[in-house]
Design a protein around this ligand. Sequence first.
Ligand SMILES: Nc1ncnc2c1ncn2[C@@H]1O[C@H](COP(=O)(O)OP(=O)(O)OP(=O)(O)O)[C@@H](O)[C@H]1O
Ligand SMILES: [Mg+2]
Length: 582
Amino acid sequence: MNYNLSTENIKKWETLKSSFKKFSSLTKGEGKRLLISVIAIVTNSLSTLSSPILLAYAIDNYIRTKDFNWILLFSVFLFLIYIVESTATYVQTKTMWEIWINILFRLRNRIFTKLQELPVTFFNQNKTWDLISRINSDTEKLNMFFSEALTQFIWNISLITWTWIFILAINFRLWIVTLLPALVIFIITHLISPWVKRRNLESLQSLWAMSSEIQESLNNFKVMVAYNRLDYFKEKFKKFNLRNYKAFIKAWIANNIFTPIYWFAANIAQLLTLSFWIYLIMNWNFTLWLLIWFQFYINFFYNSLREMAELWSLFQLASASLDRISEVISMESDMKIVPQEDSKETVSIIEFENVVFRYPETSEILKGVSFSLQKGMTYALVGPTGGWKTTTASLMARLYDPMDWKVYLDWKDIRSYTEAERANKIWFILQEPFLFSWNIKENILYWNSQFENYSNEDLLKELENKGLADLLVKFNDWLETEVTWGISLGQKQIIAFMRAILKNPELLILDEATANIDTITEHLLEDILKKLPENTTKVIIAHRFNTIKNADLIFFVNSWAIIQTWSMQDALEMLQHWVREG
Ligand SMILES: Nc1ncnc2c1ncn2[C@@H]1O[C@H](COP(=O)(O)OP(=O)(O)OP(=O)(O)O)[C@@H](O)[C@H]1O
Ligand SMILES: [Mg+2]
């Protein structure tokens, strides 16, 4: 399956309907609050709009006739309406605020949970910075829209709908005349919104591409400064910056296109209304209160529409951000846990049956590999650089699923184990050790339920039992040493090694795990490995033949097959032959 986010998201031209749908799907679980806020908004806009009717009616009927009783009654009524209006405003703001706070909280959790469910391929195909930006910046863009514009947005939509109904109630012909421009606005908005959103998406995309570029350059900055190759960095950065600049300008133009259109239509509408007024006046076909009402509603209607122009572009930006977030959320891992169908009677801990594998978007392929590893044995995988050793080991740990045929772990289909079950059986020391910026104790106890509550003293005793305590002399503060940037690659490998031994897995895979460790310490690690329980299977991947001298069996790995060799000399000859013949 292709998990590449950057190619997928821009090609879609979503309609307004599906954008609204996506936004409304966020409000799941907020039904009660949403109902309250909708009632508050409707009440609020109704009272805002009804007070001028009452005022106009009072002027027309009672102020002219000086009927003070009615004037008093109307004043009290108006006062009550103002109280309702302010209460509704308060309720509306409060509930909307609660809704978006909850939505954002849930959304960030959902993305992060989703990231944890996705397979390694997803992380191979996407840059870290792009993912970080989706969790942080895109949700922040939504936050901006929710906190600054959403209430205003819904409030305006509500006002526009009500004035639309009120104007219709007053005079049908006027309704037609004044609303024709609004209809044009609606159609134009509908047509150009997807285009505006696309521009915003492209701008966001290029911004994150530039951020990734900066991150990558900064990682290599030391080398670039040392070799005075800043010109290279400058050129590359300039290219990304220029792309970002162009995308930003395009998005800016697109976002600002609504304002002139809305304002132009509003002015035309006012011109049309004015002409109609002249026509009505000429025919003496109006009353004073009708004139006041009408003018008031027309102003209300078009002022709200003008405001909507700006809010609409914010909505498009938020919608583009939501698209980027939804893209991650809608990704489904294709590495599901499958029900156990068949099992194999075997003494092997792992068995490959004609396994075929290829990385997404590449053409090279690992073809039909079969082999099995017996419990308690030590195996070595040797082979040329780029010769599929790490990939084969990754398939053993189900970091990827083969395209064809099966891998069996302890006689069951490896896909039928849960992640936790698999992690208890297999542990993997990667070519590039993964550590957290915690101290050594926390790092070595990562995902280790057996020792997680051990005190330093108890843990030290355990490390001594396993022969690991001697390795701690390499760290100034022993278990408390913080793992920061000031730690060597070899030291990192030692920490990863200690973590793996403490896990006590049934199958331990060491992928170039001691490549950066001095020979004396490497001997120490070999002794520690010998102390592991008898039925522990070890797979050692190494280029240095010295590292694999204790292996019971050596496999030569290449893209065509995994071949069992008979001795180190045999393996070395195969390697020489392979490298020479290409
Ligand atoms: N994440 C990936 N995406 C695409 N192709 C990959 C990926 N990782 C490895 N490859 C390709 O798969 C092939 C096998 O790579 P692999 O890392 O398994 O080799 P290796 O034997 O471990 O090499 P080395 O001795 O350098 O560690 C190579 O052609 C490599 O370019
Ligand atoms: Mg490798």
